[in-house]
Design a protein around this ligand. Structure first.
Ligand SMILES: Nc1ncnc2c1ncn2[C@@H]1O[C@H](COP(=O)(O)OP(=O)(O)O)[C@@H](O)[C@H]1O
Ligand SMILES: [Mg+2]
Length: 381
């Protein structure tokens, strides 16, 4: 059911039983048939009251639901999930705590959609398609050509991945997008505004945050303080006011704390909030770095190998956090990652670089089947 004016697509699973994968497919095939022609994204309101999903149906239910979210959702809220449904989702997500926007009442859920909408409205009239356009980027360092005529588009609300062997130019591409590198030729258009030359802090002000291939945190500072540094750009009151602790500064400080607490909770790192980052294992440092980036409330989040060096379990956690951030806040994400399973599972769109050139792009399935990619890259492993 569509509520056009609100941009909400409601899924009423009330008293529906999904007994097997075929029933799930029948339902979601119909969802595809109805949503694809609308050519737009919706807030999903899913009503679970009295809904039964049997163990045989669960895996398919989770997979099809996720695919629908990726294809058509601006954000998803869920109402009335029974205890055992929650439990099943939790087990499926493989996480100790499932927080994927489950609400007791429809009103609470609608309020949450209102909050999501406020975030999206920050983006104004920017259409999904013209969110980020990178065109014909040429970047070289002396004689080294690191990007050669690379261009691609990123749609708002999607997860795009850049893959390719070491030295392909992946990190360089992120550095071009957030103003660390200035290409000799080519243009980047972010939210409808083309820009020739931009510095990293300007990119940050525009809502672009990133994490780095080599963790860039203050090792001696606590987790809490590191994440707080992600708020720096948003601190309006000046330092003198803060030192004097005047009214507005105090209020602002509290607001920053609240946001940081929300992220600490979101990333499940409450137990280590006071620990100096340098003492944490690598996987947790990566998570803190994600937290710092999220603290800036980015519109576009650039993640440079966020799962490198992690074990399977840590990777799974990180993937969930990234997917949740995308789901909960509608954050558009560009991900560099070597683990093909992770990339293919998480991405809407994949760009393949090799020796500074784009050799392919498309959906994960298209890229996987592309003979050029198989020869140049996937075939290696
Ligand atoms: N600051 C720099 N100075 C000189 N060469 C660089 C610099 N940054 C990247 N390069 C070169 O650009 C090429 C692509 O590097 P990079 O973007 O880091 O690849 P990837 O992230 O895909 O492994 C490499 O040959 C690298 O040495
Ligand atoms: Mg790199």
């Amino acid at each position: 059911m569509f509520h056009d004016a609100l941009g909400i697509s409601e899924f009423d699973f009330s008293n529906v039983t999904f007994a097997n994968p075929a029933q799930v497919d029948a339902y979601y095939d119909e969802v595809d048939r109805r949503l694809a022609p609308t050519n737009r994204r919706w807030y999903f309101l899913v009503i679970y009251t009295g809904c039964v999903i049997t163990p045989e149906a669960w895996e398919r239910f989770a997979a099809r639901g996720k695919a629908a979210n990726i294809a058509y959702s601006l954000g998803t809220v869920r109402v009335g999930a029974a205890a055992q449904t929650r439990e099943a989702i939790r087990q499926h997500a493989g996480r100790a705590m499932f927080r994927a926007n489950i609400f007791e009442t429809r009103d609470q859920a609608l309020f949450a959609i209102g909050e999501m909408r406020k975030r999206q409205e920050v983006l104004g009239a920017v259409s999904t398609e013209s969110f980020l356009k990178v065109e014909n980027i040429h970047l070289s360092f002396g004689g080294v050509r690191s990007l050669i005529g690379v261009g691609f588009h990123v749609n708002r609300g999607e997860i795009s991945s850049i893959i390719g062997p070491n030295g392909a130019g992946k990190s360089s591409m992120l550095n071009v997008i957030n103003g660390v590198y200035h290409p000799q030729i080519g243009s980047v258009t972010f939210m409808g505004t083309p820009r020739q030359h931009i510095e990293p802090h300007q990119a940050a002000v525009q809502g672009i945050a990133r994490t780095f291939q080599n963790i860039a945190l203050f090792k001696g500072m606590t987790v809490l303080d590191n994440i707080m540094t992600g708020r720096n750009l948003m601190m309006k009151t000046n330092f003198l006011q803060q030192a004097l602790y005047l009214g507005p500064a105090k209020r602002e400080e509290l607001e920053h704390r609240r946001k940081v607490e929300q992220i600490i909770d979101f990333l499940e790192i409450n137990a280590i909030r006071k620990t100096p980052v340098g003492r944490l294992p690598y996987g947790l440092q990566k998570r803190v770095e994600l937290g710092r980036a999220l603290a800036a409330e980015p519109i576009l989040l650039l993640l440079d190998e966020p799962m490198a060096g992690m074990n399977v379990e840590e990777k799974g956690d990180m993937a969930r956090f990234v997917l949740d951030a995308n789901d909960e806040w509608g954050t558009t994400i560009i991900l560099i990652e070597h683990d093909m399973g992770v990339v293919m599972d998480m991405s809407n769109h994949v760009v393949v670089l090799d020796h500074g050139e784009k050799i392919a792009e498309g959906t994960p399935d298209e890229v996987k089947a592309d003979p050029v990619v198989i020869r140049a890259y996937l075939g290696e492993g």
